[in-house]
Write a new protein. Structure first.
Lengths: 216, 222
């Protein structure tokens, strides 16, 4: 089965890569397999992880604990979600959708307030002049870096403030913010390119090492 | 009633999660735990809704004999096969076993079909990103030049080629050190500004949703 699996994986890999030549039936077949298997995988994963483990075991516990009848309301909302498939009573799917949107809004409002806003602000408030504790000399690399972080964060936030026209000193600060944002986007772009390259190297390594045994 | 009930549900669910952050005691702590379980169950049903909708759309394509009916058929067969194998492995194992266990048929599908297809799909982006780089990294003005320099050094600092090119002159890996400096300071500054901006945006959007000002998710305008 292992050998068959490697052959299947190799042929599917080549089938997807065939798109680099042009759109073709082999690629479309592999793409359809990908769609079907992905949907099936996540359907099964969610069935056992959430519906079976959380709902079924919770309502019909096997360890002698009390059943959690509140879970029936969750299941009822879930069934209402499936009503979306019907054109006549599809509107009722708005109820579970409203619950998910409201819960996500309430949860994320606090999570992002703490992790993204407050924690980021406190991490920006660092010692601007960094001194070596042994020699009492200024560490210039880290000092320049700290000053850059404070300037970059403040100017970047000024750029995102659209309630005031970007003119004068405000506009010049926003322009510095754009420079920092462009460096950020460039670095992120480079990082993304390298991560995709490492995935490509991984697939080629699989083809030449595991499938063809050309690499030791 | 089609609008009012969803609005009330949204507000109650949002308030419970927001207030339980400050008051994690009875009744908000318990309500948050119950609502959290409901969210997980509804999300699982939503995934199944997506799978069933995929079957519905694919069957319509086959029924109407569209040109991609063959591919729609492959989607349905692969979906049903994966689900059948998953159910078989999930229910025939013992109480301590899982459908994800090594050696199961579902694990075989995951290792030799799902994983290679996922990683190859993303690996393909390397080629498209390369062509996008050509357009993005043209030094048309000062801002685009900053983008180019940052991208160049971050990419160059992660491959041994540039270090080898500098080897005759110095042993110090200047490229990777400069890439590390960009990641540690200017990137941190830009990302912090972006993250604070995202947080403020999410907070204002969430408040609008909880207070019922934003109603697009229930089919109404903002």
């Amino acid at each position: 089965m292992e050998l068959l699996g490697i052959w299947v994986a190799a042929l599917l890999t080549l089938g997807i890569f065939s798109f680099l030549y042009k759109d073709n039936p082999v690629y479309k077949i592999c793409e359809s397999i990908f769609i079907g298997v992905s949907a099936g995988y996540w359907a099964i994963a969610n069935f056992f992880d959430a519906l079976h483990k959380k709902f079924w075991i919770g309502v019909f516990p096997t360890d002698g604990s009390d059943p959690d009848y509140f879970l029936w309301f969750g299941a009822l909302l879930g069934v209402l979600m499936l009503m979306r498939l019907s054109s006549k009573i599809g509107w009722i799917a708005r109820w579970p959708l409203a619950f998910i949107v409201g819960a996500t809004a309430g949860l994320y409002m606090m999570l992002y307030f703490v992790s993204n806003a407050m924690n980021q602000v406190s991490s920006t408030m660092r010692d601007v002049i960094v001194v070596n504790s042994d020699t009492q000399l200024i560490i210039w690399g880290e000092t320049v870096g700290s000053i850059l972080i404070v300037i970059g964060v403040v100017s970047g936030l000024v750029y995102f403030f659209f309630s005031k026209e970007h003119k004068g000193i405000f506009g010049r600060t926003a322009r510095v913010g754009i420079w920092f944002l462009m460096i950020t986007f460039g670095a992120h772009f480079g990082y993304t390119v390298m991560s995709r390259m490492s995935l490509l190297i991984g697939r080629i390594d699989f083809l030449f090492r595991d499938w063809l045994h050309l690499l030791k | 009633m089609r609008r009012e009930i969803p609005l009330i549900i949204t507000t109650v669910a949002g308030l419970v999660f927001a207030v339980s952050y400050f008051i994690p005691h009875w009744p908000f702590g318990e309500a948050e735990s119950i609502f959290g379980d409901w969210v997980a169950i509804i999300q699982a049903f939503a995934i199944w809704l997506g799978a069933l909708n995929l079957v519905k759309v694919s069957l319509e394509k086959i029924y109407r004999k569209k040109e991609d009916a063959l591919y729609a058929g492959i989607i349905i067969v692969c979906l049903l096969l994966t689900i059948a194998v998953g159910f078989y492995d999930g229910f025939t194992g013992g109480p301590q076993s899982s459908f994800r266990d090594t050696g199961t048929s579902f694990d075989w599908i995951y290792r030799f079909v799902y994983t290679p297809l996922t990683s190859t799909m993303f690996a393909m982006l390397a080629f498209f990103v390369a062509s996008a780089s050509y357009r993005a990294f043209r030094a048309r003005n000062f801002e685009a030049t900053l983008l180019l320099i940052a991208g160049f050094f971050v990419m160059g600092g992660r491959v041994p080629l540039f270090h080898l090119l500098l080897k005759p002159f110095t042993d110090v890996p200047y490229f990777s050190e400069f890439a590390g400096w960009i990641m540690a300071y200017p990137l941190t500054a830009g990302m912090t500004a972006i993250m604070i901006g995202i947080a403020l945006g999410i907070m204002s959007s969430s408040l609008r949703i909880i207070l019922g000002i934003e109603r697009s998710h229930i089919g109404g305008g903002a």
